[in-house]
Design a protein around this ligand. Structure first.
Ligand code: ADP
Ligand code: MG
Length: 526
């Protein structure tokens, strides 16, 4: 690296930009920022390479915003980025950096109304962050003018290439008339086609590479569990670890669906993300995750690309990553922005060799841990109950219940017994009546439908038709009134009309389907 920079104040930045950086809570430049910002300010073309989560956006964003002339009314800088998510996020970050300078930044991406974008463009913007496809669209319509772009930035260049944007990128570069422009390229990896691109379109680029030795973030606590019962192990770990938002990685789309459904069936708040989902579905899951309505995202490597959420506390490799690069990439999603992070990997005994190879190539140590036992989990639950109870006591807002307790004490019960019974009542409900009346509310079914959980699935070679046939004949209802049926590896969900729910439960619970004995219960809400 060219120079050691301890603070942003050591870089020649205007007061307004420094003020904005301080507002964003950045204390000091990250290595890639310290290495590249001065070079960009000096006017060099720059190629910056550093892993995901190391602050590449601000590395080009800070000097680019610094150079913008607020008085100008033309597009002065253009950032190309692979996905819509990233376009939005990057534009937000640039907006923050340019807050006091009043830099106008506009994200341009497919899926949003083009007319709205055209109107925004007409109002005049300094800085555009766009995905290649939609930019080309605007170029062809003549609704965007790139003649006077002074800074062109190719962000996440490796992903743009992976996604097949190369010819779009070349067309856009061709549309930038300005031969004097400055070109910046940022990427997590530098495969040959990117080298080629930089040779072709950049002038004596300066290279800043934050090398692989720094690849893993030291704040991350890394461990692994070896088990043949991964799902059981996962549940125990989730019950015992103090987790916030977490991402669980699976190898395949089907594994994502199955694990998400299994977690939901156990009452965890999980959502799945993979390539077969539509953009709308993906956005919905991501929004829930961001808002905290679910805390667990189950994803494939590909689907997790471009996810940029700061406060992930845990990354869990439910399936071991294919190679060390993927491992580093995955775990880089936690421990961001100086926070603590935990990376947990599950392996079967056979996969130990693969794990050892990952450790060797990634120059990292992954600690072996023993899975929590059932009694550890119980112990932890007790701790949690104690914490909650103490919280209620501290809040001191339970006067209304004093009279009940006084009355019970007058019956001659011991106060400790009364307290214990009250706790049981609040945690388990009235045990006697619990068995009889299954609740058909909140089963996550469509309106007017009750969703049931059946503990049989693909493993028993069950098909939807088998379930329809069994219910129709046993409960004596028309087969076509049965709603959505989802069959997973070890269980299924079946929706039936509310009116017949009681009858279906009575007829099917402990009955058989295709010769397999089944337990049926109302599903828990998704
Ligand atoms: P990359 O593009 O390298 O994957 P990002 O630019 O998305 O990484 O940055 C990852 C996170 O780190 C973002 O939330 C960003 O706001 C934060 N960040 C960037 N630079 C700093 C810094 N100097 N100090 C603290 N947090 C930072
Ligand atoms: Mg980035």
């Amino acid at each position: 690296m060219k120079q050691e920079l301890k603070s942003f104040g050591d870089i020649e930045l205007s007061r307004k930009v420094l003020h904005a950086i301080a507002d964003m809570g950045f204390e000091e430049p990250s290595p890639i920022q310290a290495g590249t910002i001065p070079l960009v300010l000096e006017g060099h073309d720059v190629v910056g390479q550093a892993q995901t989560g190391t602050g590449k956006t601000a590395a080009f964003g800070i000097p680019t915003v610094e150079k913008i002339q607020e008085s100008g009314h033309h597009v002065q800088a253009l950032v190309l980025t692979p996905t819509r998510e990233l376009a939005i996020q990057t534009a937000e970050e640039l907006n923050k950096i340019g807050h006091y300078k009043r830099v106008r930044t506009l994200p341009i991406y497919g899926g949003q109304s083009i007319d709205r974008q055209i109107r925004a463009l007409k109002r005049g913007v300094h800085l555009i962050v766009g995905t290649p496809g939609r930019l080309i669209d605007h170029l062809h319509r003549g609704t965007i003018k790139l003649d006077d772009v002074e800074t062109l930035i190719l962000d996440e260049a490796d992903e743009m290439l992976d996604m097949g944007f190369i010819s779009d990128i070349e067309e856009i570069i061709g549309a930038i008339g300005n031969e004097e422009r400055q070109t910046l390229l940022f990427s997590a990896t530098m495969p040959a086609p990117i080298e080629k691109l930089s040779k072709r379109y950049m002038k004596h680029p300066q290279r800043v590479s934050i090398t692989k030795e720094n690849l893993t973030v030291p704040l991350i606590d890394q461990c692994y569990y070896e088990t043949r019962e991964k799902f059981e192990g996962l549940c125990r770990v989730l019950d015992i670890e103090e987790t916030g938002k977490l991402i669980i990685f699976c190898r395949t789309k089907r594994a994502v669906d199955d694990l998400t459904a299994s977690l939901e069936a156990r009452g965890y708040l999980a959502g799945g993300l993979h390539g077969d989902l539509s953009q709308v579905q993906r956005d919905r899951v991501m929004k829930k995750f961001r808002d905290g309505r679910i805390d667990t995202l189950v994803a494939t490597d590909v689907a997790a690309r471009g996810i940029d959420i700061d406060d992930i506390t845990h990354v869990i490799n439910y399936d071991i990553p294919q190679d060390h690069e993927s491992y580093v990439h995955r775990i880089g999603r936690t421990g961001r922005a100086g926070r603590k992070g935990v990376a947990i990997t599950f392996i079967s005994p056979r996969e130990y060799r693969q794990l050892r190879l990952i450790m060797k190539l990634a120059h990292t140590k992954i600690q072996r841990r023993e899975l929590p036992t059932a009694s550890d989990v119980l112990e932890r639950q007790k701790e949690l109950v104690t914490e909650r109870l103490l919280k209620v006591l501290k809040q001191d807002d339970y006067d209304d219940y004093h009279t009940i307790i006084s009355e019970v004490l007058e019956e001659g019960y011991d106060p400790v017994d009364v307290a214990a019974a009250a706790l049981q009542l609040s945690l388990e409900g009235d045990a006697g009546s619990r068995e009889e009346q299954a609740s058909f509310e909140n089963t996550g079914g469509a309106p007017g439908m009750v969703r049931f959980f059946f503990n049989i699935g693909r493993a028993q070679k069950i098909r939807p038709a088998d379930i329809v046939k069994a219910i129709a004949s046993e409960a004596d209802i028309p087969g076509d009134t049965i709603g959505v049926i989802n069959i997973y590896e070890k269980f299924s969900f079946v929706e039936v009309p509310e009116k017949v729910a009681e009858r279906v439960l009575g007829a099917m619970h402990r009955n058989t389907v295709n010769g397999f004995k089944v337990n049926v219960e109302p599903a828990r809400k998704r």
